[in-house]
Design a protein around this ligand. Structure first.
Ligand SMILES: C[S@@+](CC[C@H](N)C(=O)[O-])C[C@H]1O[C@@H](n2cnc3c(N)ncnc32)[C@H](O)[C@@H]1O
Length: 257
């Protein structure tokens, strides 16, 4: 397992110190994992299903956070696939590394600390798939979000897939909780625990805060067609789109031509 430090020669300053702290605390304490609502995990499962990673191929998880996507790819990694986690925050890498250790996936997992708004420290056409789950929307500048999609196109092999999901403009924290509870309705014990113990914290420590940043415009909520166009403008052929995250997220699959 190689966690090769910063790939761009220095720590990124693009995230404000408040957000660095917000995610760092979440990743270090594992609150981020524990409080993620079911609808978010479902959206991650859709990304994993759509990636179509096959034997020996390398997937880039761009803005990987604590590596929540990793457990969903184990079968494919066991058949020789490689997972590269990229994030600007060291706490995300520490969490990813610990997860890979727990799962005994050290040989299939590596990490690079890099900023998605800068040239990515990867060669052209060097990965088979890119997953960007709820990461690009946190780049405050439109040009940086465009740049990130262009860089994903550059590092993908011809025919490679980008699967990205981001919040919609109509992001609704309460609706995400309702959708999550609906998904858990056949798991009685989990339902009660999540409804009364976990999701009140999810709502007030996480989702409401994100909703506020999206409404203020600091983070970017996408119109569905806007996300599809952004991926197409970066040079991808659009293969699939769908609504995820209880209606608060939109997912786009693009294929490099
Ligand atoms: C909402 S979390 C999503 C993490 C993960 N993809 C998931 O679905 O659990 C957003 C992630 O994007 C990362 N991020 C934000 N801005 C970034 C940037 N400029 N470069 C690289 N990563 C960034 C954050 O550090 C954080 O880990």
């Amino acid at each position: 397992m190689d966690f090769g430090g910063t790939g761009q020669g220095g720590e990124s300053n693009i995230l404000s110190s408040t957000y660095k702290k917000y995610w760092q605390i979440g990743f270090k304490t594992r609150l981020y994992d524990g409080l993620s609502p079911e609808a978010y995990l479902e959206s991650l499962r859709r990304v994993a299903d759509l990636l179509r990673l096959t034997e020996g191929e390398r997937v880039l998880d761009a803005g990987c956070g604590s590596g929540l996507l990793l457990p969903l790819l184990t079968d494919r990694l066991a058949r020789g696939g490689q997972y590269l986690g990229m994030d600007t925050l060291p706490a995300g890498h520490a969490a990813l590394k610990a997860r890979a250790n727990r799962m005994d996936l050290n040989r299939s997992v590596s990490g690079v600390q890099a900023d998605l708004s800068k040239p990515l420290p990867l060669r052209d056409a060097s990965v088979s798939c890119v997953a960007a789950h709820f990461s690009v929307y946190t780049l405050p500048e439109e040009n940086d979000r465009k740049h990130a999609f262009q860089e994903f196109e550059r590092v993908l092999k011809p025919g490679g897939l980008l699967v990205t999901a981001n919040p919609t403009l109509s992001y609704d924290a309460q609706q995400i909780i309702r959708a999550s509870l609906e998904s858990l309705k056949n798991k009685k014990r989990s339902w009660w625990m999540k409804k009364f113990l976990v999701y009140p914290l999810t709502l007030h420590l996480g989702l409401k805060h994100i909703e506020k940043q999206l409404k203020s415009g600091y983070w970017h909520g996408y119109q569905p067609e806007e996300l599809r166009d952004a991926v197409a403008q970066a040079g991808f052929a659009i293969e699939h789109t769908e609504t995820v995250y209880g209606g608060s997220g939109f997912l786009v699959v693009g294929r490099k031509r």
